[in-house]
Design a protein around this ligand. Structure first.
Ligand SMILES: [Zn+2]
Length: 244
């Protein structure tokens, strides 16, 4: 069990190392807020129910192989590396991951975006909650801090001398906040492998922030990263992936 978790944190551990200076504080600067507030978002495209279903199915098919690949890198039990897409006719801007590897999308979410890439970011994010085993974690209410510190220093193969992230640092993040950031990081990894344009998908995270939905997952209710924090994180992970 511990081994499976250790594997699933490899990428995340590495990312924290490369971004640890800014991560340590996660300070939201005025320039980040200015960029978010003045960002020119494209007006969402109204899509009929069948257009919404088609687009979701298209996105799901485009990212599926990469998602499976990423999943197999992080997860020992590959039974977890297949997902069921459920589409609900509902005007709310919402999507969530739930038990039995399901990801559910409301048609309202598809109608709320302009680019296919924005939607792809959310689809990969919800899949990533399964790859990260977040549903089970939320149910068992594991305490992460010290455990993760030990796992990263002990078993990821990253030289321990470079470990800046300590269990105590990680412990400052609540479980759900870490889960959201982890899902965003895995989502970007999946999108990049799928050939999606990360500049266009970035419109999605800014849109979520601007409309006040810093997350699109209704399963986890307690302290989540703020929208601006997620934008900062998005940029850090993107830079890491583009330079690796
Ligand atoms: Zn989420």
């Amino acid at each position: 069990m511990l081994f499976i978790k250790a594997k699933s944190f490899c990428l995340i551990g590495a990312i924290f190392l490369f971004s640890s200076n800014s991560f340590a504080n996660f300070e939201v600067s005025q320039s980040v807020l200015d960029e978010i507030n003045s960002f020119k978002l494209k007006k969402p495209i109204f899509r009929t129910k069948s257009e919404s279903e088609d687009l979701l199915n298209t996105v799901f098919e485009k990212i599926q192989d990469s998602a499976i690949e990423v999943c197999k890198e992080h997860v020992k039990n590959t039974d977890r590396c297949k997902w069921e897409l459920i589409i609900e006719s509902n005007n709310q801007f919402n999507a969530y991951a739930s038990e039995d590897n399901k990801i559910t999308f409301y048609t309202g979410l598809v109608r709320g975006v302009y680019y296919e890439e924005e939607l792809a970011f959310v689809v990969a994010h919800e899949i990533a909650h399964h790859i990260g085993n977040h549903i089970a974690e939320a149910k068992t209410k594991t305490v992460f801090g010290a455990v993760i510190g030990a796992i990263i220093t002990g078993s990821t193969g990253i030289p321990t001398g470079n470990i800046i992230l300590s269990g105590a640092n990680m412990g400052r993040l609540s479980g759900s906040k870490r889960q959201e950031l982890e899902a965003d990081a895995l989502s970007l990894e999946i999108l990049k492998k799928s050939g999606y344009d990360l500049e266009k998908s970035r419109h999605g995270i800014i849109r979520l922030t601007r409309i006040g939905v810093s997350r699109v997952n209704s399963v986890f209710m307690d302290s989540h990263p703020s929208g601006p924090e997620r934008v900062i994180w998005y940029d850090q992970v993107r830079e890491y992936l583009e330079n690796e």
